[in-house]
Design a protein around this ligand. Structure first.
Ligand code: GDD
Ligand code: MN
Length: 374
C-alpha cells in the first residue's frame, strides 16, 4: 500500500545459494518475527536453482517488502553476498542470517533489540545458553571450536568480548559500521567487521539448528579461504607474499631433488627449478597478493619482466653474497643463507609493492594522488 509507505528502518539480509528447499519458509518466518511496513528483507542470491523465483513469489503474501538481488556474476562468495546486501539495505539496523533455517528467524527480535547502544550484535553459539547442535559431526564441531580459539588468540583485544566471531548470524548499525572499509573474502564477513576496527559488541545466545533441506556449501576450499582471510587480516599483504615465497622455496627444493634423481646434473637442475619457481610465484602473486593493484598497474608483460628480472638479479646477488660471506669465514653457511634470504625477502617485497605494481602514470592522475617524491 503506497500511501502507507514509511521509511524502512530494519533490513534483514539473507544470502542464498541453492536454497530452493528453504527460502519460502525462511521468508515467512522472518516476516512473522519482524515483518511490517518498516522492514525489508534483502535476499542476495547466487543460486543456480530457482531460489530467486521462489523468493519473489513468496514475497507477495508478506507484510515486509522483499528485495531479491540475483547476482549473475557472484563476487566474493558468501561474504561478498552479505556486503552486497548491506550496501543495498535501506534500514539503518541490519540483521544478517543464513537462508537455510539453521539460524532461527524467531531470534531476530532479540538480536535487533541487542543492537541498542552498540555497533554490532552477535548471535552466538558459544555464549552461555547458546548451542551448536546443528554442526554435523564431531569433526565440524572440533574444527569450529579450534578455529574460534585460534582466531580469538590472533585478535585478543578486538575479539575479547565476542565468543563466536565465525557466526553468520548478527546485526549491525549501518550508521556506525563503514562498509567501504570491508574487503569481503570467503565465508566469514563478521570476523572482518570485528577486526577492522574496535567495535562495541553485545551477544545474544542462540541455538544453531540442523539443516533439513538443501546442502551445506562449507568445504575444504572455504577452509583454505578462511586461513587466507585470517593471515590477510592479521598481517596484510606481506603475509600472502611470504606464504607464496615459502611455498615456492619448498617447491624449488622438491623440483631439484626430482630432477637430480632422474639423472640431471645439479647445476642445470638448480637453474631450471629456480626459473620455474619464479614464474609460478609470479602467477600466484598476481592472483592472490597484488590482484587489487593490477587494474591501475602496467601491462602484464611489463610486470612479469620486472618481477622476473629482479628475482634473477636478486638470486644471483644473494648466492654470491652468501658464498662470499662463507668463504671468507665471516659467517657459518646456515646463518649466511638465512640472513641473505631474509634480506632478499624484504627487498623483493618492497620492489614488487613499489615498482612492479606501481600505478601507471595515467592511473595516478585519475585517482588524483600525487606520485611519491614529486
Ligand atoms: N549468496 C550466496 N553466495 N550465499 C551463499 C554462498 C554464496 O557463495 N555460499 C553460501 N551461501 C549461503 C547459503 O545458502 C546459506 O544460506 C548460508 O550462506 C550459509 O551457507 P551454508 O552452506 O549453510 O554454510 P554452513 O552452514 O556450513 O556455514 C554456516 O555456519 C557458519 C558457522 O559455523 C554459515 O552460517 C556461516 O555464515 C556460519 O558462520
Ligand atoms: Mn548452513
Amino acid at each position: 500500500m503506497l500511501e502507507e509507505s514509511v521509511g524502512v528502518q530494519v533490513s534483514v539480509v539473507v544470502p542464498t545459494f541453492d536454497e530452493a528447499a528453504n527460502v519460502a519458509e525462511l521468508l515467512r518466518r522472518v516476516d512473522a518475527a519482524v515483518g511490517g511496513p518498516r522492514t525489508e528483507v534483502v535476499v542476495v542470491d547466487d543460486s543456480t536453482d530457482d531460489t530467486a523465483d521462489i523468493a519473489r513469489r513468496t514475497a507477495g503474501s508478506l507484510r515486509s517488502e522483499v528485495v531479491v538481488i540475483h547476482r549473475a556474476e557472484p563476487e566474493g562468495g558468501l561474504s561478498g553476498a552479505v556486503v552486497a546486501g548491506l550496501r543495498a539495505a535501506r534500514g539503518a539496523q541490519c540483521a544478517v542470517l543464513d537462508g537455510d533455517l539453521q539460524h532461527p528467524p524467531e531470534d531476530l527480535p532479540r538480536l535487533l533489540a541487542a543492537l541498542d547502544g552498540v555497533d554490532v550484535a552477535v548471535a552466538s553459539r558459544y555464549a552461555p545458553g547458546g548451542a551448536a547442535v546443528g554442526l554435523s559431526g564431531w569433526l565440524r564441531h572440533g574444527v569450529s571450536r579450534t578455529t574460534t580459539l585460534v582466531t580469538k588468540a590472533m585478535f585478543p583485544t578486538r575479539l575479547h568480548t565476542c565468543s563466536d566471531p565465525m557466526t553468520g548470524f548478527f546485526a549491525l548499525d549501518l550508521g556506525r559500521v563503514d562498509l567501504a572499509e570491508l574487503r569481503p573474502k570467503g565465508f566469514k564477513i563478521l570476523l572482518e567487521v570485528l577486526v577492522r576496527r574496535r567495535r562495541r559488541i553485545r551477544e545474544v545466545p542462540f541455538a544453531f539448528g540442523a539443516r533439513t533441506g538443501g546442502s551445506s556449501k562449507a568445504s575444504v576450499r572455504q577452509g583454505l579461504w578462511f586461513l587466507w582471510q585470517l593471515a590477510d587480516l592479521r598481517f596484510g599483504r606481506m603475509s600472502g607474499f611470504a606464504l607464496i615465497g615459502a611455498l615456492g622455496a619448498v617447491a624449488n627444493v622438491a623440483l631439484v631433488s626430482v630432477m637430480v634423481a632422474l639423472g640431471m646434473a645439479f647445476l642445470p637442475a638448480a637453474v631450471i627449478a629456480a626459473e620455474v619457481t619464479m614464474v609460478v610465484n609470479f602467477l600466484l602473486q598476481e592472483r592472490f597478493v597484488f590482484g587489487d593493484l593490477i587494474p591501475g598497474a602496467e601491462s602484464t608483460r611489463r610486470r612479469f619482466l620486472r618481477s622476473f628480472g629482479f628475482n634473477n638479479a636478486e638470486s644471483a646477488l644473494r648466492i654470491s653474497l652468501a658464498w662470499w660471506l662463507v668463504s671468507r669465514g665471516v659467517l657459518h653457511s646456515a646463518i649466511a643463507t638465512a640472513l641473505t634470504l631474509a634480506l632478499a625477502f624484504v627487498a623483493r617485497f618492497v620492489f614488487h609493492a613499489l615498482v612492479v605494481y606501481r600505478p601507471r602514470e595515467d592511473a595516478r592522475t585519475t585517482v588524483g594522488s600525487p606520485s611519491p617524491g614529486s
